[in-house]
Design a protein. Sequence first.
Lengths: 123, 106
Amino acid sequence: QMQLVESGGGVVQPGTSLRLSCEASAVTFISSYAMHWVRQAPGKGLEWVAVISYDGTNTYYADSVKGRFTMSRDNSKHTVYLQMSSLRDDDTAIYYCARGQSPWIEQPTFVFWGQGTPVTVSS
Amino acid sequence: EIVLTQSPATLSLSPGERATLSCRASQSVSTFLAWYQQKPGQAPRLLIYDASNRATGIAARFSGSGSGTDFTLTISSLEPEDFAIYYCQQRSTWPTFGQGTRLDIK
């Protein structure tokens, strides 16, 4: 059963940091594919956040998080990460990791999704 | 940024009826468009990619069409489990999503 399981969400204060993880059920499930983070604010639509190439050499970020979020991966642990810093109220959302269709960061379709981890930024 | 506009915002139909959902792009995305279904409390699920290709395991009643700026998702005969929110997403440039169409039971 191919699965993505996110963890690390929680309630934090504005200006602080948090690291999300997304673990795949098998190393082969993600090691050849780009991985993405997509978020959904409460009652709102979907917003793409970040991508990392299959080997971790390339990343790209939405303007709304550029300079504050960093995505990384450890294929030996079949896990991707999202390090979030300088968190703001409008970062409050469910954060989903999703597997792309190709190894590369460009032009993604989101083929598999995890169940998401909630992040609440509030004072 | 390419803006995707979905219509209608809400569609109320009965099981067995045909559903037609629209997605319009602010500039051409060729056929680089996907459709996702999201049920309450669940992650989105890929239905259609590259405008007209059904994803693995997706029922044949779901079909997609279009190119350039105008796209359609059609559900030929609604089943009770099809009532959900549907999103389109373009991958011609860095990905963006439409705001969603809620498909309600009439």
